[in-house]
Design a protein around this ligand. Structure first.
Ligand code: GDP
Length: 459
């Protein structure tokens, strides 16, 4: 399967590896058999084809006699490079004009523009890493919270790939034993003990089920914990949201030189991002009186992994608090009940609030927000993340794991019902197929195309 891909890999590809836009330095990457020869034609200082791997060389890039820039080139001789091909990285000054000129020049000398994700695809095809690891490269680049970074890095460095590969090999062993039995079907021999097979499949199912379960957490880590702020009108929902967001904005803009656009409605607490669902309405509909009681926000709350439910302590009947907390408990989604406006509430009310275990704060005065944040972290229970267990963050892996689980369940049912060997072998092969899809032992051009086209050019 993999050999086919080599054919299209003869070209030497080129792309800007650093971000678009003006920076002090930009890096242009060339990869392929002719990388050194092509660069040599435009680089003046020494013959690059005669230099050792992993060396840096200062010189100029010229179009005939015209100097385009002074640059440093780094050389990586195959297979000791990211793509396992010959790679040249040209660090030039970060002007868009210079970058364009150099790339055009390299194309004129025989390179071709890289397609999205083509560097990573080549690295995968040449066995630098498996498919799940290649996908983690994209996740690592996109990670903008500590948790997302941790999960992606873990996966890129092997993550669950190794575990899956090991189990897959054991299963392959059983599959071949059972297929061997088929050859001896007249003689009624049993090379593969059905009890051992069942034991192995059950082990596999345990691992797979844990990975499937980790996807909820993985998804949350990658995309943020979906969070809803709910409560009656005027409870202080938008004030709280703004207080949380503004704090974050202040932190971000305190870092000198940050030009990063602030991501609306997302806050980062202890390295985990929390994404607020449907908060546009909170800001816009100041005058629209919406009776947003528990019942009417059910739909919205059901999408959440965490609900922050607010009460206006200066203006709520304690009976009402008890009733609404009851309804929240029935939803079965982690929630934090907040008693807001402690600056305005009576001492009696504050005392009563204790009965309901409310988190007391003043959104307006930004008082006790730290307590709320601690509760938020506690509520989402990210222990799995902290213990460093393997977490599935990729939807494609999740779907293949579900299909593997189905096939393995079929194997168990098959053994229990003593189905014939050929059907048993078929079910095992099915499970192997889906497992192999995750790490890339089983690939199709469509699958690869689909995965790598989601990368940017230059990756
Ligand atoms: P929402 O309808 O739930 O989004 O409520 P708002 O955030 O718009 O707040 C309603 C009113 O309560 C506004 O006038 C806020 O200034 C006020 N408010 C919000 N939080 C507090 C608080 O902690 N203390 C006091 N005194 N007023 C608050």
């Amino acid at each position: 399967m993999r050999a086919e891909h080599f054919a299209s890999n003869e070209d030497t590809i080129v792309a800007l590896a650093t971000a678009q836009g003006v920076g002090a330095i930009a890096v242009i990457r060339l990869s392929g058999k002719e990388a050194f020869q092509i660069c040599n034609q435009v680089f003046k200082s020494k013959d690059l084809t005669k230099q050792p791997s992993h060396t840096l060389h200062f010189g100029t890039i010229r179009d005939e006699d015209k100097i385009i820039d002074e640059v440093v080139v780094s050389l990586f001789i195959a297979p000791n490079s990211f793509t396992k091909e010959n790679v040249v990285e040209i660090s030039c000054h970060g002007s868009n004009y210079i970058v364009r000129q150099i790339i055009q020049l390299l194309v004129k000398k025989g390179a071709r523009l890289a397609k999205p994700g083509e560097f990573t695809k080549r690295a995968f095809i040449h066995g630098q890493f498996d498919l799940a690891q290649a996908e983690a490269v994209a996740d690592l680049i996109a990670a903008d919270s500590e948790a997302a970074h941790h999960a992606a890095l873990n996966q890129m460095r092997g993550g669950f790939s190794n575990e899956i590969k090991k189990l897959r090999e054991e299963l392959i062993h059983f599959a071949s034993m059972i297929e061997l039995e088929l050859d001896f079907s007249e003689e009624d021999v049993e090379f593969a003990s059905r009890d051992d097979l069942k034991q192995l499949v059950n082990n596999l199912l345990q691992v797979i089920t844990a990975l499937i379960k980790s996807f909820n957490l993985g998804n949350v880590i990658k995309n943020g914990v979906p969070t809803v702020i709910a409560g009656k009108p005027n409870a202080g929902k938008s004030t709280l949201l703004n207080a949380l967001l503004n704090e974050e904005k202040a932190i971000v803009s305190d870092i000198p030189g940050t030009t990063r656009d602030f991501i609306e409605d997302e806050i980062n607490i202890e390295g985990i991002s929390f994404r607020f669902i449907d908060t546009a309405g909170l800001r816009e509909t100041k005058d629209k009186i919406e009776a947003i009681g528990v019942e009417r926000t059910h739909e919205k709350m059901k999408q959440a992994s965490l609900i922050i439910y607010m009460f206006d302590l200066s203006n709520t009947d304690p009976m009402e608090i008890g009733k609404e907390i009851n309804q929240l408990e029935n939803l079965g989604i982690p929630f934090i009940a907040v008693g807001n406006k402690i600056d305005k509430a009576t001492a009696t009310m504050l005392e009563k609030a204790k009965d309901f275990n409310l988190t007391l704060l003043s959104a307006l005065n930004k008082e006790n927000l730290e307590t709320l944040k601690a509760k938020i972290i506690e509520a989402v229970n990210l222990d799995t993340f902290k213990t460093g267990d393997t977490i599935v963050t990729n939807l494609r892996h999740y779907e293949s794991l579900l299909q593997t689980q189905n096939a393995l369940n079929d194997v168990i049912t098959g053994i229990d019902n003593s189905i014939t060997n050929d059907f048993l072998a078929l079910d095992i092969r099915q499970a192997l197929h889906h497992l192999g899809e995750i790490t890339g032992e089983i690939t199709t051009d469509d699958l690869l195309g689909n995965i790598f086209s989601k990368f940017c050019i230059g990756k």
